[in-house]
Design a protein around this ligand. Structure first.
Ligand code: PLP
Length: 438
């Protein structure tokens, strides 16, 4: 197929996920990607770009990893699919569940598998509510999340998402979801008191909010939050869909905060995105109570819960992470990336706060550094577009008045490649600065 033909077919037949329908109808897809290698993606015309967001914060071990393809092929050739419902199982799912238990902090030891982050969060909400039914407290059903959070697009996940535009997409959300300030533990306490602790099932949070604009929680935040959850008998769900498997320079984002949640949602980086897979990891305590209290069926399961091919790819991907010391690399390269951002801050009037944890980073764009005043028209889309022309994909975040650039390159990135990113950003910021007359 020629590019023009593909573009027309795309416009007519493909409804893109999370996209501007208007822009797509006018311009068609910007890139029609054909291959990838390491941190680079190449489109059908041979244009090469740095995948500065690891596609969707997920291609953690980079593109073109043949070993992952071989793992999938071998598994498909021996057992492409078999059910995990009822009393059926298979080796890849058992080995992966055991591996996750080894990697996750504390007593998070038992995994329920899904095919992605949204399913993981919906599953977590159903499990905590089921747990309270078993405990004889069925009125404990409310879920509290944070205002700048993103938890996905399934019905429960959308309802839990604090970023309002995602909720406004539809006109009937799931009931019993509440939102508190993202950084103030007292806001959680106030909401619990107001809503009555006996009606609250769980609190969910991303250790570093990703879609909201790479917002790490303050150092002591989760310790305070855990105390509050314990005090009011509320379960704590960590959404590690982005932050899991090395992204922040530790295996899991919550490890930076010295607490262990009751449940953990995972997805994305577990397979580096090569095949859909997610899960909810339960603490030993929750799992034991489910075993002891359960009398009927556990009536929750997806056809693809524990897909053997996805599990085989995940096992190989986790092996690569370990073998290539990708978590350590994320930590050291994260420091380099942040230093690069700080250099940009010195050179460019429009670069305000810069921040990051491991290989999640953000640059705030401001009209005035001293007052943090924003541009009337956000500058992030312009910088993103200039960067793309120069060979770097990154994302602009504009929710709730933000004007932020966010980055999450593959964990295998090198120092030289970080410099390549920073150089492109420097040129792009210079071009935008000229355009808006700075
Ligand atoms: N939770 C978080 C923190 C996410 O960032 C995302 C996706 O970006 C999700 C959940 C939803 O995951 P998925 O898109 O795989 O359904």
């Amino acid at each position: 197929f020629e590019r023009a033909e593909l573009q027309e077919l795309d416009k007519k037949h493909f409804l893109h996920p999370t996209s501007s329908i208007e822009q797509l109808q006018e311009q068609g897809p910007t890139f029609i990607f054909a291959e990838g290698q390491g941190i680079y993606l190449k489109d059908m015309d041979g244009r090469t770009v740095i995948d500065g967001l690891s596609s969707l914060w997920n291609v953690n071990m980079g593109h073109g990893r043949q070993e992952l393809g071989v793992a999938a092929m071998e598994q498909m050739s021996s057992l492409g699919f078999s059910s995990c419902f009822a009393n059926f199982s298979h080796e890849p799912v058992i080995r992966l569940a055991a591996k996750i238990a080894q990697l996750t902090p504390g007593d998070l030891n038992t995994t329920f598998f899904t095919s992605g982050g949204s399913e993981s969060n919906d599953t977590a909400f159903k499990i905590v509510r089921h747990y309270w039914i078993l405990k004889g407290q069925p009125e404990k059903k409310k879920i509290i999340s944070r205002k700048k959070s993103y938890h996905g697009v399934a019905m429960g996940a959308t309802s839990a998402t604090g970023l309002k535009p995602f909720r406004d997409f539809t006109n009937s959300l799931a009931p019993d979801f509440y939102y508190v300030d993202s950084f103030l533990p007292e806001s959680l306490r106030d909401m619990i008191e107001k809503e009555d602790p006996d009606t609250i099932a769980a609190y969910i949070a991303e250790p570093v909010q990703g879609t909201g604009g790479v917002l790490p929680a303050p150092k002591e935040y989760f310790k305070e939050v855990q105390k509050i959850c314990d005090e009011y008998n509320i379960l704590f769900i960590a959404d590690e869909v982005i932050t899991g498997f090395g992204r922040t320079g530790k295996y899991f984002g919550i490890e930076h905060y010295g607490v262990t949640p009751d449940l953990m949602s995972i997805a994305k980086g577990i397979t580096s995105g090569y095949i859909p897979l997610g899960g909810v990891v339960l603490s030993e305590r929750i799992h034991q109570e489910l075993i002891e209290l359960s009398s009927g069926m556990f009536l929750h399961g997806y056809t693809y819960s524990g897909h053997p091919v996805a599990c085989a790819v995940a096992l190989k991907n986790l092996e690569l992470i370990e073998r290539e010391r990708a978590v350590e690399n994320a930590r050291t390269m994260g420091t380099h990336m942040l230093k690069g951002f700080e250099r940009l801050q010195q050179k460019h009037e429009m670069v305000g706060e810069v921040r990051g944890l491991g290989l999640m980073g953000a640059i705030e764009l401001v009209k005035d550094k001293t007052t943090n005043e924003r541009f009337a028209q956000p500058a992030a889309p312009m910088v993103v577009s200039e960067a793309m022309k120069r060979g770097l994909i990154c994302r602009g975040v504009l929710y709730e008045g933000a004007d932020t650039l966010v980055f999450a390159p593959p964990l295998i990135i090198t120092e030289q490649q970080i410099e390549e990113m920073i150089d492109i950003l420097h040129d792009s910021l210079t071009a935008v600065g000229k355009e808006i007359g700075l």
